[in-house]
Design a binder for this molecule. Structure first.
Ligand SMILES: [Ca+2]
Ligand SMILES: [Ca+2]
Ligand SMILES: [Ca+2]
Length: 136
């Protein structure tokens, strides 16, 4: 018989209660799914992606002038992608220009073309590009 059977028992329960750590390899994609997947069906639809992109645009637009400078976009878009998204070539992205870029990233990420980006599609290169454009 242990000296303190109750505390021994509680100690054992404590050890068993330690949560099993989930691998973090897809943590970024998972975060995009949890924040943007508003209907919680495990996939991102275009409307959800557009809404998340709009929210992110507002967060990134520090001066609230309705435009994102290259500095505000940071590494979310490559130089070439920023230039491609900047339809009127004024060196900034309006929300429409940003959403249009997000829509092409969405199409690129939706490898099977079913109009939804699933968790496995989010993990692809195109999926990670999309993730950068919609999660803070
Ligand atoms: Ca969804
Ligand atoms: Ca522009
Ligand atoms: Ca898909």
């Amino acid at each position: 018989m242990p000296k303190h059977p109750v505390s021994t028992f509680l100690g054992l329960v404590g050890i068993l209660a330690i949560p099993v750590m989930v691998p973090t390899t897809s943590a970024f994609a998972a975060k995009a799914l949890t924040t943007a997947d508003t209907d919680k069906d495990g996939t991102l639809e275009k409307a959800e992606v557009d809404a998340a992109a709009g929210d992110l645009f507002d967060k990134l637009d520090k001066e609230k002038d309705g435009k994102l400078s290259k500095a505000e976009v940071g590494t979310r878009l490559s130089k070439a992608d920023f230039a491609a998204a900047d339809a009127d070539h004024d060196g900034t992205l309006t929300k429409d220009e940003y959403i249009a870029a997000v829509d092409s990233a969405f199409k690129a990420a939706d490898a099977d073309g079913d109009g939804k980006v699933e968790a496995k599609e989010l993990k692809s290169k195109a999926g990670r590009s999309l993730t950068r454009l919609i999660s803070f």
